[in-house]
Design a binder for this molecule. Sequence first.
Ligand SMILES: Cc1nc2c(=O)[nH]c(=O)nc-2n(C[C@H](O)[C@H](O)[C@H](O)CO)c1C
Length: 164
Amino acid sequence: MKLIGIADTTFARYDMAKSIIEELGSTGTGFRISRYTVPGIKDLPVASLLLFNTGCDIVIACGMPGRKPVDKISSQVASTGLMEVQLKVGKHIIEVFVHEDEAKDDRELAWLCDQRAREHAINTYNLLFFPDKLTQNAGKGLRQGYADAGDVMGEGKKGSAITH
Ligand SMILES: Cc1nc2c(=O)[nH]c(=O)nc-2n(C[C@H](O)[C@H](O)[C@H](O)CO)c1C
């Protein structure tokens, strides 16, 4: 039985962990989930470390950097912290960040958060249980949320549907 950690924030304007839990539940079995919610993205590195300390095999860190310059700096700091934790423990943290200004309005922001969260839930599941599936998709220009870029040969492009 694997343990998947989810760290998320109260700052975010969408409950991405809910989407992840739902998507993992419909993707497969063989795991339990441990969730830890903190105020903001700069609290995610230690939240992730604490989740690893309780036995998590992988952590998904969800956060929403705001639109101000200070938020962008916070995002960089948080990402660097998440990298440091990964190198310290030798395990993956899948960073699910949706910048507030990636979407044109709240409706699109909600859609983007849900979509990116779900696609990274599947990535996480595959990393843990079926890593070959990622290898099969190497170089395909996959994106989480908006449409895939596709490979440079023009193959493998999707719209915005989830692909398992
Ligand atoms: C400026 C700022 N911007 C963000 C942000 O864009 N997104 C976010 O999730 N949290 C932000 N925070 C809060 C910090 O990440 C952190 O929660 C506090 O500094 C408390 O440690 C701060 C302080």
